[in-house]
Structure formats: C-alpha cells, structure tokens
Design a binder for this molecule. Structure first.
Ligand SMILES: [Zn+2]
Length: 358
C-alpha cells in the first residue's frame, strides 16, 4: 500500500513538473516564442510602439486588459539596481511603480542585506498585451524582480540579455524549494517588498509561498500579500494598487484577510492545478484556440493611446530626467557586499562573468 502511494506520488510529481513547465510558459514571465500576431491584434500593435505618449501618467483598464499613458522608464542602471533584458523595451511604468522600484532597491541594500536588485519586465512603452510572456503587466503597475542578486559590477547589455534565470526549486522534486539556493535573504527581500502599503500582491511559486509560511518567524501581517501562482520560481512579481486619482484604473479585489497559509495554498499541492486539460470526447469537435485580444477588446481609450503623440526620446521620458538615463550607464556599481553595514549578504553566489548555461 505504501509502495503504491509512493509510486503514485512519483507519477503525480512528474506530471506536475511537466504541467508546471507548460503552465509557466503560458502564463509566466519567462517568455514563450514570439508568434506572428494576427491582424488587429492588440499585442502586435502595442508591441510595435517604441515610445510612450506625452502627457500625464494614467493606467487605463485592468492589469491584464489595458494600456497606459505618460509612462516613464526605469534607468537601465542605478546604484542599487540593474535592468535586465534591455532589448525587450519593457522598462516602462507608471511613475508610482518606478519610484517604488528605486526605493525598494535602496531598501533591499539597507534592510535585506542585498547588494542590489535585478529588475525584469515592467511594461511596454504604452502598456497593453505583449507579444510573448505575460498576461498582465499591461497598465504599468506590475514589475518582475529576479531572485538572483545584482552583481557588484555593471553587466553589459549582452550579459543582461543572456544571464540565465536561477530557479529556487529543487530539480526533480515536486514543488520543493532548494535549500542550497534559497536563503533567509530571499525571504527578507519578499517581506520587504510586501511591507509597502501600495503593494497589494506579490506573485511567487506555491513552493516559495509554502516555504515562507513554514519558516517566516517575523511579523506575518503582510504574508497574505504573497500569492501562489504557476512559474515565478526564479523571479517574483510586484503588483501595486491603482494610484490615487487614477480614475481609469480598474482595481483588483483586495487579498483575503489572513496569511494565506491555508487551504488556498494547500490547493496547489493537489493534482487539480496541474491536471492536463481533458481531451475532447470521441467525435466531439476539438476546442477552438482562444481568440487573440484585439485593440477593441481593450478599454476604448486604448485605441487613442496607440495613436497619440510620442515623447521626444527615451532619455526625455526616463525617470529622474535625461541625466539619470545617461549618467549611470558609465558608472561602476556603487553598492557591493562591503557597503551593506559591514554585513555580508547571504544571498548565494553572485553570477559569474560568463554564466554557465543551465
Ligand atoms: Zn510578472
């Protein structure tokens, strides 16, 4: 009997891993292959625009169905951050999001023992759906942060393009955090991100949420902001609330009360979320693939956003002004392990100069 259960669990584990990989690509942030968009598709049009609109910053619509005006870019480099995958042109966000990221990066050094953070995708210049990867990140209020710490030197654009993601999960095991990779510094970083009142949700892999539930010994008030979801094992995703006065922004329901270490988490450790879709009954028509979102599916204002006048240049729309866009690019990384109150960060190995393919 025991053998039977163990075997069944192993089989389930394998299925679940396969499911996790598939689902991660479908909804996750790593990015599936770019497909040719169909005519009128929203992602084709929003993905083709290189610069944001002029004028005031407004998120329009919902995180997974919307666009934005007046976006600003996170500078590619700051003393406590480096932006990754620059060729994607997804460093754009609502100024409230960009300001939070800069502050978070500084606090990560001060309070969480990090040498700085690596910032992944935020949004396209005018938001909207993307050609690959995310289903959200459409209104400038979502941002991905790598679980890998910032190296003590500026990476080249090429290195930022090629640096592989490092999963926090143990290979070949079902939904288990790898204790050789995961550290208390990762836990501190997550809880720091959750501590800001404007942060409403942080998406992490269910195994990471469980690890936090099992091990976080500090104040658990904000633990409920950590939301389990597919993927998100090599980066986490910060979502902020609609900023005050953003009339066109559709808010999301607040997270339920409590720390979320309950049956809503236990669900992820059952077969249900990982089960492959049921095959159609014999003789039944195969289900149609979901229709690509068109511009007319988005809030009406988004069609005008596509056609609105651009800012003069990327530099002009960089948060902190044109000097922030250029001044830091040439500067060496200021933060290093020696600068963090003398305490060595226990955030695991710093990426090598030439990262190994994983
Ligand atoms: Zn994300």
């Amino acid at each position: 009997m025991a053998f039977g259960f163990a075997q069944a669990f192993r089989t389930f584990g394998k299925l679940a891993l396969a499911g996790a990989i598939g689902a991660g690509l479908a909804v996750g942030d790593v990015g599936a292959e770019q497909k040719t968009p169909s005519p009128g598709s929203a992602k084709g049009q929003f993905g083709a625009v290189g610069l944001p609109t002029q004028g005031p910053a407004q998120p329009i619509g919902f995180y997974a169905k919307g666009c934005m005006t007046g976006a600003v870019a996170l500078p590619t480099d700051g003393p406590t951050w480096q932006a990754m995958r620059l060729s994607r042109n997804r460093r754009w966000g609502n100024p409230a999001m960009i300001a939070l990221l800069e502050r978070f990066s500084q606090d990560a050094v001060k309070y969480a023992g990090w040498p700085g953070i690596l910032v992944g995708d935020i949004a396209q210049p005018r938001g909207g759906p993307m050609l690959n990867g995310h289903s959200s990140h459409q209104i400038g209020l979502d941002a991905d942060i790598w679980f890998s710490p910032m190296p003590a030197r500026r990476m080249t654009a090429e290195e930022r393009q090629d640096l592989p993601f490092t999963t926090m999960l143990q290979k070949g095991k079902f939904l288990t955090v790898d204790s050789k990779v995961w550290t208390q510094s990762h836990a501190r970083l997550l809880m720091l991100a959750a501590s800001y009142p404007e942060v409403e949700r942080i998406f992490v892999n269910p195994a990471i949420k469980k690890k936090m539930c099992d091990t976080w010994a500090g104040d658990r008030t904000n633990l409920g902001k950590l939301r389990p979801i597919y993927g998100h094992d090599s980066h986490f995703h910060i979502r902020i609330k609609c900023p005050p006065g953003a009339a066109g922004c559709t808010p999301q329901a607040p997270v339920p009360a409590g720390d979320g270490c309950d049956k809503s988490l236990a669900y992820w450790f059952t077969p249900a979320p990982w089960a492959p879709p049921k095959p159609p009954k014999p003789g039944a028509k195969p289900p149609k693939p979901p229709r690509e979102m068109t511009v007319s599916d988005l809030p009406r204002a988004c069609a005008a956003v596509l056609n609105a006048a651009s800012v003069a240049s990327m530099q002009a729309a960089t948060y902190g002004g044109p000097s922030a866009a250029s001044a830091l690019a040439a500067a060496p990384a200021a933060a290093s392990a020696d600068d963090t109150d003398g305490a060595l960060p226990d955030v695991g190995p710093i990426p090598n100069d030439k990262p190994a393919i994983q």
